[in-house]
Design a protein around this ligand. Structure first.
Ligand SMILES: [Zn+2]
Length: 118
């Protein structure tokens, strides 16, 4: 390491922040301190890269869970409407089945089963 380079080095973070990629790589070749620091950062970066799929997987799972919850809410809302209508229909059918027709009541009816009034 020559003194000229040591003089121009303001520390790894400063060099990393203020130099462009080419100049920074050039600096790494001549500055032992920054090269060491860079190697350490590379390792950290690698660890982050390795951890990324796990983090992503976790996020994906949370998204699926959220989607499932949303689908459930929508499905429930969609299904509950016909269910209510079915309930109404069932109620109507029950009323219709329990209601006696005019004919059953022994009243005079016409050929269509309607109450016949002379
Ligand atoms: Zn340096």
């Amino acid at each position: 390491m020559n003194k000229e380079n040591q003089k121009t080095c303001n520390g790894y973070e400063a060099m990393f922040t203020f130099l462009n990629e080419d100049d920074f790589n050039e600096h790494l070749k001549v500055c032992e301190e920054c090269a060491k620091e860079h190697a350490r950062m590379q390792r950290v970066s690698e660890l982050i890269q390795e951890a990324k799929p796990y983090i992503k997987e976790k996020q994906k799972r949370r998204t699926i869970l959220k989607s499932a919850a949303a689908v459930f809410v929508v499905a429930f809302a969609t299904l509950s409407i016909p269910l209510c209508m079915t309930g109404v229909n069932m109620y109507d059918n029950m009323v219709a089945q329990n209601s006696l027709t005019a004919q059953e009541l022994g009243l005079p009816v016409d050929e269509y089963g309607f109450l016949y009034v002379e």
